[in-house]
Write a protein that binds this ligand. Structure first.
Ligand SMILES: *[C@@H]1O[C@H](CO)[C@@H](O)[C@H](O)[C@H]1NC(C)=O
Ligand SMILES: *[C@@H]1O[C@H](CO)[C@@H](O)[C@H](O)[C@H]1NC(C)=O
Ligand SMILES: *[C@@H]1O[C@H](CO)[C@@H](O)[C@H](O)[C@H]1NC(C)=O
Ligand SMILES: *[C@@H]1O[C@H](CO)[C@@H](O)[C@H](O)[C@H]1NC(C)=O
Ligand SMILES: *[C@@H]1O[C@H](CO)[C@@H](O)[C@H](O)[C@H]1NC(C)=O
Ligand SMILES: *[C@@H]1O[C@H](CO)[C@@H](O)[C@H](O)[C@H]1NC(C)=O
Ligand SMILES: *[C@@H]1O[C@H](CO)[C@@H](O)[C@H](O)[C@H]1NC(C)=O
Ligand SMILES: *[C@@H]1O[C@H](CO)[C@@H](O)[C@H](O)[C@H]1NC(C)=O
Ligand SMILES: *[C@@H]1O[C@H](CO)[C@@H](O)[C@H](O)[C@H]1NC(C)=O
Ligand SMILES: *[C@@H]1O[C@H](CO)[C@@H](O)[C@H](O)[C@H]1NC(C)=O
Ligand SMILES: *[C@@H]1O[C@H](CO)[C@@H](O)[C@H](O)[C@H]1NC(C)=O
Ligand SMILES: *[C@@H]1O[C@H](CO)[C@@H](O)[C@H](O)[C@H]1NC(C)=O
Length: 726
């Protein structure tokens, strides 16, 4: 890579002579010699070395610029302006007359860089050896089109950098201890973000999302379990004649097995016309009464979503109208590329598409599966501009009909701020253990770039004749249980209650779907927090334990919120080793049997049948669960919501708390547990939780239950021996 070498050699010819403004606070210092560099320091300690600002004429020829101490760029008349926004954020504005602008940072060789792409290159969490553009990633190991991304990275050197642009660009992490990036733009704004306290990576993610955008809270039905097929227009079983009845067959099997579910969706095909999308309808052969059909699904407790993409397939209405108006990207062959995209930067194109899409909410559709946006249907440099526009359009289409938090849109290609307009899934995962492993790692990585509401296609999407195997599918179901959203692709000869699958698999489906449903109060509380602080629900181990150096490169375990440690089984055979992050003072309790305790820094070998998964809770964990959404539960007479707060007291942590989100009031309620070893007393207090239920306390004496009052209350337990004390 030529430009990288130029950058390095110039840097060694003109070593930066940075001077530091003496100050007890963090300060920016600017070198007065070539090449221009920015040093952020605190007293004598260098915190950030932004060793060059790069500019050039092509995307392979940028080199460091020289500038005066006041920021005037000597060779092209540009200007660099630095501003301290607050004690942890520095803003840098670079204006040049060069078409490509970027920046480079250097750290020690042994630091790692995280972020930018959801896709886990080489199945890693960090970006070691990666050099790639900020665009959709295409067909790769484990998952195809695993595309969420953001112009944001952070490093274990202790800071993050957010570059606020929708232009195409690229990041290069191939040189140890260095990152260089640049964009197809003559000006750039980037922010250097310091943690609130050293090692507090969560605070870097929080500040990045505050500068960029937060997610919104989805409809309760968005979290799933969601059942869908790649083609409901085939694979008919007894008595089924069309797609509508094929959904009813799923509804009925879920009902008879008492499996909780909240929604279903139609992938393509479902409409008329070429490639079945672009005429804004349902195919009457398969959907004879779409409006009644959606109403019926709703009556049975299911929300319904449909596939959409910004692609005009040849001969459809979308194509004909767009072509006649000159809205299609030029030079994209409609035959070769299966439909060029509309240039949604043209207001008339945007308005037309949105108006036509309104058919779907008008018949009761409550969300879109937003596909594509990176398959050659537009020039690559438009991807980060057009996909957010399409997501905005889809968001408005749903918002105008249903209002905030009453629908669920999800996309595979989402960039930076579009997290506020769509939730995501991780693309076309391969239906094998490698696909599962990459999916777990991509779920963790999605969180590091601020996409907390996330799912993967349970069982994998790219399926051969015999995929998924029953074992793979069961393992993946457990992973989805402890994912923010549980969605599962069935149909086309792969339906758990039809051969070749056995009742064993149906039983795992039932246990996992019902546990995911029971965890809704927990998941929703964390999702609400993410709308405020940007923090992921699936968390890299090092976010919770930055002090533990072993925690950084573990790609197959995560914290689910703060209280659960999850170690999905991602290989055949059912054995794996589980690492417990932290130190000797950190303890974990196995969640399902509630007997074994594990100490931080240790490793355990675990073998489990497909009926279980290694999951642990932290000391003092407070876990709200229960049944707060009826959805398809028509099998319970006089259904009423019920909350079940589980607590796991430990005398080593005298006070713990949980911010429970009360959906009715729209407010957080603090659940607090205090424990006193001397008196053996445990006390749980809580405010207005909105729903009554049970408080379950797990101690060495066993499970003790108390009644939870909807309006708030306090329960005291005496003579307690903690399960963590042994
Ligand atoms: C430069 O741009 C071309 C397309 O114009 C692209 O194929 C290539 O990957 C880009 N290189 C970098 C380093 O961004
Ligand atoms: C730099 O460019 C931005 C955007 O083009 C503009 O708003 C800003 O005023 C410019 N700043 C300077 C110092 O030229
Ligand atoms: C860091 O890496 C560079 C090149 O990759 C190498 O030249 C240098 O010796 C390394 N420094 C240390 C301290 O390991
Ligand atoms: C990065 O690439 C180098 C050279 O190709 C290789 O030796 C090294 O193992 C790679 N590192 C990682 C983390 O993949
Ligand atoms: C840079 O963007 C311009 C449009 O703004 C485009 O014409 C050009 O092809 C892009 N170059 C690269 C290398 O992406
Ligand atoms: C600095 O600004 C960021 C972004 O708005 C914000 O998240 C953070 O809390 C601020 N920090 C302080 C110390 O004010
Ligand atoms: C409504 O859905 C149920 C399945 O849940 C199905 O049995 C019934 O036939 C449907 N009714 C109509 C009118 O489609
Ligand atoms: C689009 O135009 C083609 C060719 O003129 C025509 O065959 C087709 O029916 C049109 N599609 C629609 C939905 O009108
Ligand atoms: C559908 O589109 C493809 C190219 O995308 C084209 O080859 C085919 O002729 C079209 N079929 C119809 C019925 O328009
Ligand atoms: C898309 O439309 C916008 C607004 O008209 C225009 O500026 C831009 O050049 C178009 N992009 C392409 C690739 O044609
Ligand atoms: C719980 O205990 C049972 C009985 O000993 C065992 O079969 C099962 O595997 C255990 N589950 C876990 C998750 O450890
Ligand atoms: C508490 O409730 C659970 C679940 O309903 C039950 O299995 C257990 O026996 C109860 N414990 C006591 C002490 O009542």
């Amino acid at each position: 890579m030529l430009w990288a070498r130029i950058a390095l050699s110039l840097a060694s010819l003109f070593p930066a002579q940075a001077w530091t403004v003496p100050s007890s606070e963090n300060s920016i210092s600017v070198s007065s010699t070539s090449p221009f560099s920015l040093i952020v320091s605190s007293g004598k300690k260098t915190l950030v070395k932004n060793n060059a600002i790069l500019a050039g004429n092509t995307n392979v020829s940028t080199s460091p610029v020289s500038a005066s101490a006041s920021g005037t760029i000597s060779n092209n008349g540009g200007q660099i302006t630095t501003t301290k926004l607050n004690s942890t954020i520095f803003k840098v504005q670079v204006n040049t007359s060069s078409p490509f602008v970027g920046s480079s940072f250097s750290t020690n060789n042994d630091t790692s860089f995280y972020g930018v792409w959801e896709y886990p290159w080489s199945q890693r969490l960090d970006n070691a050896n990666v050099s790639f553009e900020l665009i959709g990633v295409g067909n790769e190991d484990g998952v195809n089109w695993d595309n969420a991304r953001a112009p944001f990275f952070f490093t274990t050197a202790g800071y993050g950098v957010y570059t606020d642009t929708q232009k195409i660009g690229s990041y290069d992490f191939t040189v140890p201890g260095q990152v260089q990036y640049f964009f197809n733009s003559s000006s750039l704004v980037y922010y250097i973000i310091l943690p609130e306290t050293p090692g507090n990576f969560k605070s870097i993610i929080s500040q990045y999302t505050a500068l960029s955008a937060h997610i919104e809270l989805p409809a309760d039905t968005g979290y799933g379990p969601t059942f869908w097929s790649d083609n409901f227009e085939q694979d008919f079983h007894a008595g089924v004649h069309n797609a509508q009845e094929n959904y009813y067959d799923v509804v009925n099997h879920l009902y008879f097995n008492q499996i909780h579910a909240t929604s279903m969706f139609a992938d393509r095909p479902y409409g008329t016309g070429n490639s079945s999308f672009g005429n804004f309808d349902f195919d009457p052969v398969y959907y004879p009464t779409p409006k009644e059909f959606v109403a019926n699904l709703s009556a049975y407790g299911f929300d319904f979503q449909v596939w959409v993409a910004n692609r005009a397939f040849l001969d459809t209405e979308l194509f004909n109208v767009s072509e006649a108006n000159g809205w299609l990207f030029p030079g994209i062959d409609p035959v070769q590329f299966l439909g060029p995209a509309l240039n949604l930067s043209i207001p008339a194109a945007y308005d037309y598409f949105k108006e036509r899409l309104s058919y779907f909410p008008s018949v009761g559709v409550k969300g879109y599966k937003i596909d594509r946006g990176e398959e050659g249907e537009m020039p690559d440099y438009e991807q980060n501009i057009q996909q957010p526009l399409f997501e905005q359009l889809c968001y408005e289409s749903m918002m105008e009909k249903w209002g905030p938090s009453h629908f669920y849109n999800f996309a595979r290609s989402a960039v930076d701020r579009s997290r506020s307009r769509t939730w995501i899934w991780n693309g076309d995962s391969h239906s094998n253990f490698s696909g599962l492993a990459y999916s777990v790692a991509s779920g963790i990585r999605a969180g590091l770039v601020g996409f907390p509401v996330w799912s993967s296609d349970t069982g994998g999407y790219v399926r051969g004749l015999n995929d998924p195997t029953e074992e793979l599918w069961a393992r993946w179901m457990w992973f989805s249980t402890f994912s923010p959203v549980y969605e599962l692709m069935l149909g086309t000869n792969h339906t758990p209650w039809y051969p070749p699958y056995t009742s064993n698999l149906v039983s795992v489906l039932k246990d996992t779907a019902n546990l995911h449903h029971a965890l809704l109060p927990y998941i929703k509380s964390y999702t609400y927090q993410a709308t405020q602080n940007g923090l992921p629900i699936i968390r890299a181990l090092f976010l919770e334990h930055p002090e533990d150096k072993h925690a950084y490169e573990i790609t197959d375990q995560y914290f689910f919120g703060e209280q659960f440690l999850v170690a999905p089984i991602i290989n055949a055979g059912g054995s794996r080793s589980v690492y417990f992050p932290g130190d000797k003072r950190t303890k974990y309790l196995e969640y399902f049997n509630r007997t074994s305790i594990h100490v931080g820094g240790s490793t355990a070998s675990v073998s489990l049948p497909v009926s279980s998964v290694p999951v642990y809770v932290t000391e003092g964990a407070i876990i709200p669960s229960g049944d707060i959404l009826q959805a398809n539960n028509k099998w319970t007479d006089n259904w009423k919501p019920h909350l079940n707060i589980e607590v796991f007291p430990s005398f080593d942590v005298p006070q713990t708390s949980f911010l429970y989100y009360n959906g009715d009031t729209g407010k957080n309620v603090e659940l607090i547990m205090t424990s006193d070893k001397k008196t053996g007393t445990v006390q749980v207090t809580y405010g207005n939780i909105g729903v009554s239920g049970t408080l379950a306390v797990y101690t060495r004496e066993g499970q003790q239950n108390r009644t939870l009052s909807a309006t708030g209350g306090k329960s005291i337990f005496h003579g307690v021996h903690s399960v963590f004390d042994n």
